[in-house]
Design a protein around this ligand. Structure first.
Ligand code: HEM
Length: 226
């Protein structure tokens, strides 16, 4: 005789639960952003040091690289900020982020049960989000200042010198942030499909973003399983 189960209790076999995380337009937006940053990094590094000048071959030579690089920057800026305005609210810092950060050892050690429940993003993702936003603003601003083809006469040489330095520093920083972002996306199993298929598993959402899942489950109309 069963001890705990009452008549009628049974495990419903349903298809694995999946949760929509990004719609097709958001994913397209993300991949345009990602592609433009990769093209920017390659063309920028090619112009940065003679040791990497050979990379200009990928863009049809030095002159074309020089022409294309700032336009890739314009694409990144526009595309990133279209994405930014869809996501910024979910990236606002919360108290749970401080607790999560203070238990970073448990994050790395995979002890999820010791971590607070989180909304759509964790503190690491939020850090990457705001760093990218800040760095892209600095890069486009310094980039326009040194875009002599169109803006040569607008600023003094001294200003351009500072802009060149700021541009290079921000570029190195955003490449580091980019590496961190890609590493985290691969390291957290089940994350990449959020940006490829648009969905994550219910288990992934429960494990990493429980408050977000709870909110979605609360909004869901429940009914008998089919
Ligand atoms: C090959 C390169 C890249 C890969 C594999 C990748 C992968 C991903 C994945 C899987 C997510 C979903 C994470 C989640 O929802 O939990 C994501 C989100 C995101 N990605 Fe990327 N990404 C790449 C490049 C970039 C680049 C270059 C940028 C910006 C310049 C970028 C900006 C973002 C932003 C802003 C989010 C939303 C996260 C948030 O709002 O905190 N990604 N990416």
């Amino acid at each position: 005789m069963p001890k705990y189960a009452l008549p009628g209790d049974k495990i419903e076999s349903e298809d694995p639960v999946t949760v929509n995380r990004y719609g097709p337009l958001a994913r397209l937006n993300h991949w345009v952003t990602a592609t433009s940053l990769i093209l920017l990094a390659i063309s920028g590094l090619a112009l940065f040091t003679p040791a990497l000048f050979f990379l200009t071959n990928l863009f049809g030579g030095g002159q074309l690289t020089r022409i294309l690089h700032p336009w890739f920057g314009v694409v990144l800026f526009v595309s990133f900020f279209i994405f930014f305005f869809q996501l910024w609210k979910a990236n606002l810092p919360e108290r749970a982020d401080v607790i999560w950060l203070s238990r970073i050892k448990d994050v790395v050690g995979g002890n999820e049960e010791r971590l607070p429940e989180l909304g759509k993003y964790n503190a690491g993702q939020k850090f990457i989000f705001w760093s990218m936003a800040g760095l892209i603003i600095l890069l486009i601003t310094s980039g326009v200042i040194i875009w002599d083809q169109y803006f040569a006469t607008y600023t003094a040489i001294e200003t351009k010198r500072i802009a060149v330095l700021a541009h290079a520093i921000c570029a190195v920083l955003i490449i580091c942030v980019f590496i961190l972002h890609v590493y985290a996306a691969i390291w957290t199993r089940g994350t990449l499909r959020a940006m490829t298929r648009g969905t994550v598993t219910g288990g992934w959402a429960w494990r990493h973003h429980r408050k977000w899942l709870r909110e979605l489950a609360g909004n869901r109309k429940t009914g008998p399983a089919e």
